[in-house]
Ligand binder design. Structure first.
Ligand SMILES: NC(=O)c1ccc[n+]([C@@H]2O[C@H](COP(=O)([O-])OP(=O)(O)OC[C@H]3O[C@@H](n4cnc5c(N)ncnc54)[C@H](O)[C@@H]3O)[C@@H](O)[C@H]2O)c1
Ligand SMILES: O=C(O)C(=O)C[C@]1(C(=O)O)C=C[C@@H](O)C=C1
Length: 295
């Protein structure tokens, strides 16, 4: 077995993503010699202990990071500023501080100012997940064949960037570097807007009068069902994502609204060619994803 990349990793937040990393680290043994898990409640840490997915559990984030050579923030992005302030004085010199948050400019804004000199701050985002949350929801194959984007600030230590990249490769992921602003625009269209649309369409259906709402549930065909899967995602996580990628999300939503209006006009005026063309474009995108093995 290869040498462990890290002596001790501390996972701050141990839900779907944190517990998946923990499971992989515990199973492989070549990521960290010791895995420390932190959560806000004893109930969560009880689950972590019962699942056997960490060597040690800590209720206090500051204590969890002491002596760790890699600290990974795995909480909702709205909690990052407070967490960074709490752990900063306890980070070991030379440690790497990384994260898994779905937004990247906000993470650099909220965490960056707290990072002590000598600590390497390498933000990251694994593009993999499900609609489930909490430590029971994680699984060791979650990141296999998926992308992890790294958004290291200019001037980051290349060795620290490489060690975080290697951690994600050992989790089964492909790794690519990206500028944080570009990341936020790309994710706004491929992830944040689709979630916004899913939450909204479920809300629209739920607002219908009682009789129609019952029918939505009874006759929900797979079109509506597919939306309900992602609409089942964690409210706090998504509240934080929307509020921390505000500009890019609003820009993509404005474009989408214009396109939806154009579709409405085509439907109203019977513009069959326009409708057919748009459906054909959707189909092509789906086929390309299948060819890339990403569907
Ligand atoms: N769910 C996904 O599909 C997905 C995918 C990629 C990245 N992410 C990102 O990963 C991070 C974690 O998401 P998740 O899906 O694992 O969520 P989760 O709800 O499953 O787990 C979140 C963990 O953070 C802890 N936590 C919540 N608020 C906290 C606070 N104020 N202080 C300290 N700890 C707190 C929770 O107790 C829990 O242990 C988020 O930043 C999210 O944007 C999520
Ligand atoms: O597959 C899902 O259920 C997800 O929501 C995963 C998903 C996505 O939108 O693709 C959600 C948030 C992330 O930051 C990354 C991945």
């Amino acid at each position: 077995m290869a040498e462990p990349l890290f002596r001790r990793i501390a996972l701050i937040g141990i839900g779907l993503i944190g517990s998946s990393v923990a499971r992989i680290a515990m199973e492989r043994g070549d990521i960290a010699a010791e895995v420390v898990a932190n959560a806000r409640t004893e109930a969560t840490l009880d689950r972590v202990r019962a699942l056997g997915i960490a060597h040690r559990t800590e209720l206090d984030a500051a204590r969890a990071v002491e002596g760790a050579d890699l600290v990974m923030l795995c909480a909702p992005v709205g909690a990052y500023a407070g967490l960074a302030a709490a752990i900063a004085p306890h980070l070991a010199p030379g440690a790497i501080l990384t994260d898994v948050g779905s937004t990247k400019q906000s993470v650099i804004r909220d965490v960056g100012p707290h990072v002590p000199p000598g600590v390497h701050f390498i933000p990251a985002h694994p593009l993999a997940g499900t609609e489930h949350s909490g430590p029971d929801a994680g699984f060791a194959t979650l990141f296999e064949g998926r992308w992890t984007l790294l958004t290291p600030p200019a001037g980051s230590d290349p060795d620290a960037v490489e060690r975080v990249a290697e951690l994600w490769r050992r989790c089964g992921s492909n790794v690519q570097r990206m500028d944080a602003a570009h990341h936020d625009r790309v994710l706004a269209i491929v992830s944040h807007l689709p979630h916004l649309i899913a939450f909204t369409i479920c809300g629209t259906a739920d607002d219908l009068e009682e009789e129609s709402r019952q029918e939505v549930l009874r006759f929900a065909a797979s079109g509506f069902r597919d939306f309900t899967r992602i609409a089942a995602s964690d409210p706090v996580m998504w509240r934080d994502v929307f509020l921390n990628n505000r500009e890019a999300l609003l820009e993509m939503l404005a474009r989408f609204t214009e396109d939806a209006q154009a579709m409405a006009r085509a439907v109203r005026w019977g513009d069959a060619d326009y409708i057919e063309d748009r459906v054909e474009r959707g189909r092509k995108i789906r086929r390309s994803l299948i060819e890339l093995n990403q569907a």
